[in-house]
Ligand binder design. Structure first.
Ligand SMILES: *Cc1c(COP(=O)(O)O)cnc(C)c1O
Length: 473
């Protein structure tokens, strides 16, 4: 008997019908009813689109329904929803300060303090001895002074905010003089000339791309000058016929002419005495000597080589820091209690001589032999999984986030390929495991760099490979 050709649209369930199916009812435990309705409507729209474009006829559609594929499609949307948003990931890229993965992981003690104040009340703006109101950044100022030798310090949301606060405080409606060689772009959305425009300061460029001297600055200083600014070329290096005005030179010029001076240092590399990491960082400037140069204000990130939570730190001469603090914008840019708690704890670790326990520094410092042993373990255990081939390879690593450009330090990684998956597919599956795993792709191989792994991560990676290999069977 030949049945008349069915209209495939008629086979689609109504939203109400679909929601009454037990598999979909069960999903109500995982997402709200409103969202579930939305997902059912989305799945119906997907299928209608397939019918409309001619890719799905009545017979195929009926077969899919019989196999429970509609329920599976909705369940897939629920699973995607659950995997969205901020969560912990495993960083196997070897990039210590990976902007996409949240830059510096804080020390466990800092993380603990951040968690405690987040879920509770905290001593944010009261003095516990007098009971009087105090300033939220008194403690951070004290710690920054002890650590950098500056007279005072404050903390804002990030280093970009620190730059905006400097420009707005000293040079709004006035001119800011900067060397042509230092008009940098940091990560796409932060270009010094654009920031200056928005901060309502007129950019006056001096010198040439490769050479700028004190005389170039001096020639442009006038009535309308608000600020002399220096910007660290964090993410590139100039070599060859190059000359820049030193920070000491800029500080001296500012003092002589009575104009405020500031240095955007980018990464806050602090000399903690004994650190191997520092020596590996080439000529990345240290905060201490820059402060000592006598420059009025130094700005740097709290979550680059300093290894703390996202923040921008401003240290320098007391009167100048006070001017920054009095700017009404400070209120909009300042750090919250959670960030402050993590930052205070990080700075205390430095002062306690425990800087090299801070993960970002510890990872940069990690010995080649230790990294190699971990890479060997990964290669051995992943290589034992069917369909996977793994070996140890020499590699190089960079600190990342535009810190120490051109610095590539020798290291080791585990190189993986599979006869079942392309490396792109492998990388995609790893990102979708729980917790998500991020690796590097290079010359059609997947590279797992143990430098940025925490304890337990290697075992999770091996387990993820095991799970995805089983999926392929
Ligand atoms: C990284 C960097 C910035 C931006 O700092 P964020 O903390 O990302 O806001 C600004 N200037 C320089 C020189 C930098 O290296």
């Amino acid at each position: 008997m030949t049945s008349p050709v069915q209209n495939p649209y008629r086979l689609l369930p109504s939203v109400e019908q679909a929601l009454s199916w037990p598999e979909l009812k069960a999903l109500e435990a995982r997402v709200s009813r409103t969202l579930l309705v939305e997902f059912v409507q989305d799945a119906l729209a997907d299928w209608r689109e397939e019918i409309r474009s001619g890719g799905l006829g009545a017979d195929d559609l009926q077969a899919r329904l019989d196999r429970g594929e509609f329920q599976a499609a909705v369940a897939g949307k629920v699973t995607l929803e659950e995997g969205r948003g901020l969560r912990r990931v495993i960083n196997a890229t070897g990039v210590v300060l990976h902007t996409g993965l949240g830059r510096a992981p804080v020390h466990p003690e800092a993380a603990q303090r951040m968690g405690e104040v987040a879920g509770s009340y905290a001593l944010l703006e009261v003095d516990r001895h007098s009971g009087q109101r105090n300033r939220r950044d008194d403690r951070v100022s004290e710690l920054l002074s002890r650590l950098t030798g500056a007279e005072a310090g404050i903390a804002v949301n990030n280093n970009a905010a620190a730059c905006v606060l400097i420009l707005s405080t000293f040079a709004a409606g006035r001119e800011t003089i900067v060397s042509r060689g230092e008009l940098v772009e940091i990560g796409g959305s932060f270009r010094m000339p654009d920031v200056m425009e928005r901060a309502n300061t007129k950019l006056v460029e001096v010198g040439t791309t490769n050479r700028t001297r004190a005389a170039d600055f001096r020639a442009k200083v006038g009535e309308r000058t608000g600020l002399l600014m220096k910007v660290h070329t964090s993410n590139f290096r100039q070599v060859g016929f190059v000359e820049e005005l030193s920070v000491e030179g800029l500080a001296a010029l500012g003092r002589e002419l009575g104009v405020p001076t500031a240095y955007d240092l980018g990464s806050g590399l602090i000399d903690a005495g004994d650190s191997e990491a520092l020596r590996q960082m080439g000529d990345e400037p240290h905060v201490g000597p820059v402060v000592e140069s006598g420059i009025d204000v130094v700005a740097f990130s709290g979550d680059k080589l300093l290894g703390g939570p996202q923040s921008g730190l401003l240290v320098g001469r007391k009167e100048r820091i006070e001017e920054l603090r009095k700017n009404p914008l400070y209120r909009a840019l300042r750090l919250d209690k959670v960030g402050l708690a993590g930052l205070e704890c990080t700075l205390e670790l430095y002062l306690a001589g425990r800087a090299d326990e801070i993960p970002a520094r510890a990872m940069v410092n990690r010995q080649g032999s230790e990294v190699r042993a971990l890479a060997e373990r990964l290669a051995r255990e992943i290589g034992a999984i069917g369909g996977m081939e793994a070996e140890v390879a020499e590699s190089a690593f960079q600190p990342g986030s535009g810190s120490a450009p051109g610095v590539f330090l020798p290291s080791f990684c585990c190189r993986v390929q599979s006869d079942r998956f392309s490396v792109q597919r492998l990388a995609g599956l790893l990102r979708r495991s729980d917790p998500p795993i991020f690796a590097r792709l290079h010359e059609d191989r997947l590279l797992l760099d143990p430098r940025t792994l925490f304890e337990g991560d290697a075992a999770s990676i091996v387990a993820a490979f095991g799970a995805l290999a089983r999926k392929a069977d």
